[in-house]
Write a protein that binds this ligand. Sequence first.
Ligand code: SF4
Length: 317
Amino acid sequence: MSELNEAQQRVVDELGATAEHRPTFPDGLAVGLRQHLKEGLEPVVANLPPGETVFVNKFLLSQVLGCEARHLFELRRPFNWSVPVARGTVAHKAIELSVHWRTVPVANELVDEAIGSLSNDGSPISEYLRELPEAERAQLRSEAANSAQAFLDGFPPLRTKPQWRPAVEVRGRYEFLEGKLVLSGKVDLSLGGPSGDRSGRVFIDLKTGRRNRNHAYDLRYYALIETVRFGTPPRALASYYLDESRLVVEHVTADVLWAATERVIGGVERHLKLVAGEDAAEFRPSLACRWCPMLSTCETGTAWLDATHEDEHDILP
Ligand code: SF4
């Protein structure tokens, strides 16, 4: 009898690679990527006031390269926690704990420990969790436990696989141009590691919602940071959809990394132009208009949603 269920075995089959299937990349790739980032962004940040730094993350890039009008709005809007937003943070913490749990983990227990830990660790969510009314706390606990349980049921038990070198909430940062630019990111789960210049690491982001093409771009961005930091790219990138117990895997190539570099340069350039008021923000309607805080006053978004058949809402990226 297999120790893994069908969904767990599928993860092993889709992410596993023998030593000879772990890629190497062209010599000088990391050097070339660093150089391209530097040359592409040097003129863009040349006029920043002394001491000012542009902090780039996946959210900034996906926002500015999506609807620019919403990007500017979100930049100026104070951030508010809510149960749907907090759900992912708590579930990820619970999953992190499960990797190091010494007994068979139970989702509700993990979530309680996660809420307790996050309430007191001084993180941005701490105050929200400490002051959460009982009904909302119960809702958050229930939703986060569902996500954590989906991971426990669908992913191979990582606490029994130390040889896979699991690491959770892995942060990456790359600072350049005398500190004027900082690229940072945090991947939910990393498995494996490089062996010399032979790539072996897999980056996995855990997703509680539906599929979205930005998920692949986010992972490519992490892969770029990893490459310019260490010189060796990860070998594969995967989004794991908890509600479906499904992986979407992309194998890293030099082209993927060059494309990620172009996206960073294009995103930062556009962001600085918009913030400086040098260009008018474009309205770019998409399915995301459904959740946009500007929708009630946005004619472009409203017209786009009205013209898009309800059935298409479920298949558009
Ligand atoms: S409703 Fe759509 S088009 Fe309008 S600002 Fe929001 S995202 Fe942009």
